[in-house]
Write a protein that binds this ligand. Sequence first.
Ligand SMILES: Nc1ncnc2c1ncn2[C@@H]1O[C@H](COP(=O)(O)OP(=O)(O)O)[C@@H](O)[C@H]1O
Ligand SMILES: CC(=O)N[C@@H](CCC(=O)OP(=O)(O)O)C(=O)O
Length: 265
Amino acid sequence: MESIHIIKIGGNVIDNSENLYHFLQDFTGLDGYKILVHGGGKVATQLSEQLGLEAKLVDGRRITDIETLRVVTMVYGGLINKNIVAQLQRFGTNAIGLTGADGDFIRTKKRPVKTIDYGFVGDIDEQSINPQNISRLLEAGFTPVFCAITHDGDGQLLNTNADTIASALAVSLARLYEVTLVYCFEKRGVLHDINDEESIIRDIDPHKYEELKKEQIIHSGMLPKLDNAFAAISCGVKTVIIGRSDELGRVKNNEPFGTRLTDHI
Ligand SMILES: Nc1ncnc2c1ncn2[C@@H]1O[C@H](COP(=O)(O)OP(=O)(O)O)[C@@H](O)[C@H]1O
Ligand SMILES: CC(=O)N[C@@H](CCC(=O)OP(=O)(O)O)C(=O)O
């Protein structure tokens, strides 16, 4: 089986042009097939507020009314995606920037209203991604760069969390490739003490995850990230790592990097 790296980059890194530059250089240095998935929540929140729209997030998920959908489509699918693609081209990576609507690569279902109406937010299921379609793109020599916009197949764009897209792509492609999924963000991994970059927790299994949650060592945005990461591990993804974007080069050199998730330690 050939291998593939699926790398997700979050909004805090995207917002810093120097960090983004170095990250994209390291991404280019990874061998073999690769896919980049990017968020950009921080930029979308800033722009929404500049436009006089209040940004509302519940459990890390953005309430996406029609105005907010317009903003996130412009920010994720336009500004951030095309900027990343242009920078990757400079480094020699033949990147192709995509929403889930392009090539029908990621089809989602609008989240049903239960206690909260999330608006135009799309949920991924087992039928959302056809790995063969993506494989054709990879074999043609392109490096896909996915933003957090998907579609429902009925003409409606939807906003989908980028961590979830990365996990779902990894699970789907695990049928064809040996997948390494890396979540890159601004800290050196899952930390014992969020203010101490040296306190990296090197391995987490589901049991330890439960303990860390109880002790409130893990909270806020790290909770949905780890839920997505464990979902990938339990569905055939070989390696899942969470680490700092400027240490991605360590993956290539097989050096210790961030926090590794396991089924059991
Ligand atoms: N134990 C922990 N170690 C590291 N980060 C943590 C931890 N617990 C909570 N966090 C928070 O999780 C955030 C990462 O989640 P999020 O902001 O959703 O990431 P991204 O930038 O990839 O979208 C970190 O910025 C940090 O504030
Ligand atoms: C539905 C939903 O919450 N979508 C996310 C998509 C962007 C994202 O995931 O960005 P980060 O990775 O930078 O957080 C949002 O609009 O914030």
